[in-house]
Write a protein that binds this ligand. Sequence first.
Ligand code: BEZ
Length: 237
Amino acid sequence: MENENTQFIPMPRIGDKAPEFKAVTTQGEINFPADYSGHWAILFSHPADFTPVCTSEFMTFASMEEKFEQADCKLVGLSVDGLYSHIAWLRTIKEKIEYKGLKDVEVKFPLIEDITMEVAKKYGMLQPGESSTKAVRAVFFVDPKGIIRTIIYYPLSLGRNFEELYRVLIALKTADAFAVATPADWQPGDDVIVPTAGSCGVAKDRMENKKDMHCYDWFFCTKKLDKDEVLKTVLKK
Ligand code: BEZ
């Protein structure tokens, strides 16, 4: 049966403007995405404070915050718990938890309180088949213009791979900066994909005069892109 948590709200899609909201967080009030204009932002949700998978995720993400900052990307967390629960949980993480060599971990990025579930609903973070009272593990990559560029969802039981989130960020920035696409499992330094030939002439030329490209077929050509050039472009000086 439908209740207020399961009613149909369209989920934002890749290419949409990130839905706007104001929220109370562990770092004061934020106005999203306006406060992040000109920077990349990752808005991510977790099911609940004081839970093991979420604790492992927060410790891991917080330990990588500087790395994301170097790529000009701000982190913003959310759960449907209240502010005082958030504060108590983050204090517990810093003061008591040692996990995989991480200890004394301070979560400096804002964690949104969303007791009303207003933000979670706007972003489709509640997936009733999984839980109608807890947000799933959603990740929204928002670009400097406030456009959603990637969305990734994980269920409650599955902790995210934060190196993969970092790879996604660097790949998005690389695609923008160099007008290329990135193949499966791409990492900086690997070959990138040049836009597919849009005419028979270009397709023929690609196959006959490959120049600096490697063409597996007319529609699938790659070229080298130097790792240092990528990192110089996508990371802050
Ligand atoms: C966890 O973070 O451990 C968790 C949270 C909600 C449901 C299942 C696991």
